[in-house]
Design a protein. Structure first.
Length: 80
């Protein structure tokens, strides 16, 4: 089964079946965040990110032009 077709609620089950340790999952996540951050920092992937207009409750429209999640990660919460 492709990892893109596994429902999120079953990922824990599949990681056990496929012998993927929590440490391996954390290392993958850390690498993913750092790779994305590096790409954004040197603007290598900026053309891949497109803005999305989001309507607020009062009808105002906000343009979201950057994925900010990679800036919110706290690497200290991951054990060494």
């Amino acid at each position: 089964m492709s990892t893109t077709t596994v429902p999120w609620c079953l990922c824990g089950q599949y990681s056990k079946e496929m012998n993927i340790s929590r440490q391996d999952q954390d290392a993958y996540a850390i690498n993913s965040y750092k790779t994305f951050s590096s790409g954004m920092g040197c603007r290598k992937i900026q053309d891949e990110v497109i803005g999305v207009e989001v309507a607020g409750k009062k009808g105002d429209v906000t343009l979201i032009g950057e994925d900010e999640e990679y800036k919110n990660v706290n690497f200290e919460k991951y054990p060494d």
